[in-house]
Design a protein around this ligand. Structure first.
Ligand SMILES: *Cc1c(COP(=O)(O)O)cnc(C)c1O
Length: 378
């Protein structure tokens, strides 16, 4: 086999890229599917991956889907969100959190973040409930592996009898007060896209304790075929299931999730040690109730050195970094929708940088990165 984990000075360093297990667990599962010609459709790897992931996060049931985006779409549909319904959605996020609201012809109302968590501000959410008492669902996000303030957010959703959906696409492995993110709401969503903490090349998972709702999603996502011999459809269907090969990669990757979290934490701590005393650099907030997966190490700048200075200086050295997500309420496509809150998400976007967080990086790579950044303060 090729040396998939080696890193060479001068070679490109990625923000976060696929990292298969040294043990090649993924290959065993793929080979089993291959040898039995069972590469598709569905099959044992899909069933087992669903069970193994649900057990890992402590959720009752799971359905493996083609992407995290598909999982958010199915969560909204399962929650009964339809035409004209209001959905409160965290503004500071990737567009895939919000797009499915539009797929369902519903109306997003974007909610600001707070500095304490970088995620949804419970006070802004409370204001949103005052303005839109008939809202149907809330989508909270756990960005970069940081968890949102789940006690407060879940309490507000309970009080207003609204379905809570957690976009945990970036936070698989993160716990809040000892419980996995993605298991506080009625629905939790994970992604196995190429740069996530574990990847299947592409894929997603929807989890819930509601067995009947998960079964319904499995039905919709498999083209909504009625239980008849001929092809009969009483409901709108989707082709959203995960293939048996992809699920095999997922089963192997799940075995090294804890190892990946450990390395991500090491990376964060390395940066913090090397850059933490520089005036004008603040690291993302680590709360005592939060055990992070440290998906990306992010910083917030307040001095002369701007995010673009860091991104461009690293780029010159063939090192990938990127800005914090641009809030949805500032996106040309979404700016016509209402927004509740202040300027926190906007400021986090303006001042934030995601540092390279690839788990294949060596100490030499980390030293190279830190030297480039320190150079900007000289
Ligand atoms: C990656 C991501 C998604 C989408 O997941 P895909 O599997 O790429 O569809 C959704 N939300 C957030 C916050 C993400 O980072």
């Amino acid at each position: 086999m090729f040396e998939k984990n080696k890193s060479i000075i001068g070679e490109k360093i990625y923000l976060a890229s696929p990292h298969m297990s040294d043990e090649e667990y993924e290959m065993e599962y793929i080979k089993e599917a291959f040898d039995t010609n069972w590469i598709a459709p569905l099959g044992k790897n899909v069933n087992e991956f669903e069970k193994e992931l649900a057990a890992k996060v402590g959720s009752g049931h799971a359905v493996a889907l083609a992407s995290g985006t598909a999982a958010i779409h199915m969560a909204l549909k399962a929650a009964g969100v339809g035409e004209g319904d209001i959905v409160f959605c965290q503004s500071l996020t990737f567009s895939a959190t919000a797009n499915p609201i539009i797929y369902q012809n519903a109306i997003p109302v974007f909610i600001d973040s707070n500095y304490e968590t970088w995620n949804m501000n419970p006070e802004a959410l409370e204001q949103a409930f005052e303005k839109y008492p008939d809202a149907k669902a809330v989508i909270v996000v756990h960005l970069y592996g940081l968890s949102a303030d789940m006690d407060k957010i879940a309490e507000l959703c309970n009080k207003h009898n609204v379905v809570l959906i957690e976009d945990a696409a970036e936070s698989l492995g993160t716990t809040y007060k000892g419980k996995h993110t993605g298991t506080f709401g009625e629905y939790g969503v994970y992604s196995f896209n190429g740069n996530k903490i574990i990847t299947t090349s592409g894929g997603g998972m929807l989890v819930s304790d509601k067995e009947e709702r998960i079964a319904k999603v499995r039905f919709w996502a498999t083209q909504a075929r009625d239980k008849t011999r001929h092809y009969q459809h009483s409901e709108l269907g989707f082709n959203y299931r995960m293939s048996n090969i992809v699920a095999g990669i997922g089963r192997g990757q799940l075995k090294v999730l804890d190892k990946r979290v450990e390395k991500k934490k090491y990376i964060f701590e390395y940066y913090k040690r090397e850059l933490g005393n520089i005036e004008g650099i603040k690291f993302m907030p680590i709360n005592e109730w939060n055990a992070l997966n440290y998906w990306l190490s992010c910083i917030n700048l307040s001095g002369q050195v701007r995010p673009l200075d860091i991104i461009e200086a690293l780029e010159k050295e063939n090192i990938e970094s990127r800005p914090i997500w641009k809030p949805m309420h500032l996106q040309p496509f979404f700016e016509k929708y209402d927004y509740i809150g202040g300027d926190v998400s906007e400021k986090l976007f303006e001042n934030g940088v995601c540092l390279p967080s690839d788990t294949k990086m060596t100490d030499g790579d980390l030293e190279r990165i830190c030297n480039v950044i320190k150079g900007l303060w000289k």
